[in-house]
Design a protein around this ligand. Structure first.
Ligand code: LMR
Length: 331
């Protein structure tokens, strides 16, 4: 009898111990909307791998949910605020509801290329934006690149007038709304996960995105033309729930931030390569014609979209726009 009681006590103690150990495992759900083979998809997987190798998933378990599997882009920010996910990396265009300043990234033809975007993000003004939403519950941990945007459609878009009257899907950003209105087109805000079907059924005529997204979401299969306009960028801010992140044990938080910085360097190094690889795949598919623009044609698009700057100058701030423009010249 006594033996049974002792054995039960030992078993109970064991269960409690393993329960305690289990309770100590921190789960980081990393939800995003793109495919694994894109810069963001690769970054999320790299983060998961390094956390497992260096910290161990008995302590921190990273779960990655790509392709809007867990939350689409309309819901992922709410989910982060509620603590249903711990890490997300929305495109900078999608912070529109939370900060006007981050909209600087959406101004058409602001950045000459992704290197200019990189220089601005590394500047004091760019870094400051990472902390601009902390009080709203989002703490920015870094910027990840995707790449420059191109415009796809079923009619050839060589001149800005060619876009008039066409329906274009845009991300949830008022700057992008005005950008297409400046072309006399009909912009429609839509979640990323819905774009393929909307293109396929003809609910929309076109959209703007990076080569890696156009390829991995198969948009090119339902679009006859892609104009290589490079008129803007799609980049990401990796954000955590402020309370979750600041309440992590100090040493663990430092370890996770070190890993994240390393991943950031890697993602930003490979993003352009992944985009060029996917541009090549689209070109080789023979399905879609890539329209290259002359310098004069690019200037016509720039001119047509330029009124957007004045519309948003007050909200974004003239100094911030100036700092971003300055990043076009490398020092
Ligand atoms: C889009 O909605 O077009 C992109 O922001 C998706 C992404 O995360 O790259």
């Amino acid at each position: 009898m006594r033996f049974v009681a002792t054995a039960t006590a030992i078993a109970l103690a064991g269960m409690l111990c393993s329960g305690a150990a289990f309770a100590k495992t921190i789960t980081i759900k990393f939800s995003h909307v793109v495919a694994d083979g894109t810069p963001k998809g690769q970054g999320a997987l790299m983060f998961q791998k390094l956390v497992k190798e260096r910290i161990g998933d008995d302590k921190v378990k990273v779960e990655v949910y790509p392709n809007s599997q867990l939350f689409g882009d309309a819901k992922e920010m709410e989910a982060l605020a509620l603590g249903d996910v711990q890490l997300i990396a929305p495109s900078l265009s999608k912070f529109d509801k939370y900060t006007k300043q981050v909209q600087v990234f959406d101004l058409p033809f602001l950045f000459d290329d992704i290197n200019a975007v990189d220089r601005f993000q590394a500047s004091p003004e760019g870094k400051k934006l990472l902390t601009s939403m902390e009080k709203k519950g989002f703490i920015g941990l870094g910027y990840w690149h995707n790449g420059m945007k191109q415009i796809s459609a079923n009619n050839p878009l060589r001149k800005p007038e060619d876009a008039a009257g066409k329906k274009f899907r845009i991300q949830a950003s008022d700057v992008l709304l005005e950008q297409f209105k400046a072309l006399n087109a009909n912009p429609q805000k839509m979640a990323f996960a819905e774009v393929y079907q909307a293109l396929q059924t003809g609910a929309i005529d076109g959209q703007e995105n990076t080569w890696s997204n156009i390829y991995s979401q198969k948009f090119f299969e339902v679009q006859k033309y892609i104009t290589e306009s490079n008129h803007g960028a799609i980049d990401y801010m990796v954000v955590a729930n402020t309370d979750f992140w600041t309440e992590l044990p100090k040493d663990l938080r430092a370890q996770l931030e070190t890993i994240l910085s390393e991943v950031t360097v890697q993602v930003n190094k490979m993003a352009e390569e992944l985009n060029q690889r996917d541009r090549q795949r689209i070109a080789e598919s023979g399905n879609t014609e890539i329209i290259k623009l002359t310098k004069e044609e690019v200037d016509a698009w720039r001119k047509a979209m330029s009124p957007v700057w004045a519309t948003f100058e007050k909200d974004i701030g003239a100094d911030l726009i100036k700092a971003a423009s300055a990043a076009n010249t490398s020092k």
